[in-house]
Write a protein that binds this ligand. Structure first.
Ligand SMILES: [Zn+2]
Length: 63
């Protein structure tokens, strides 16, 4: 009996996954997802920094 490796495919693009890849997505799709999170995070972060800067300037102005 041959010990054939189980070929798993990416859930998103259906490409072949590496045997050491334990996730359901390939590296490309994972990277895409990651860059999206970074984009959203930077947008939220920018808004937060703007809000903090505004609050800080108001507080500083009061003194
Ligand atoms: Zn993929």
């Amino acid at each position: 009996m041959k010990n054939e490796p189980i070929i798993r495919r990416c859930k998103k693009c259906n490409c072949e996954l590496m045997s050491d890849n334990k996730s359901k997505l390939c590296k490309n799709c994972k990277g895409e997802r990651f860059s999206k999170i970074i984009k959203i995070g930077s947008t939220v972060g920018g808004v937060a920094i703007t809000a903090v800067t505004t609050v800080f300037s108001v507080v500083t102005h009061r003194r």
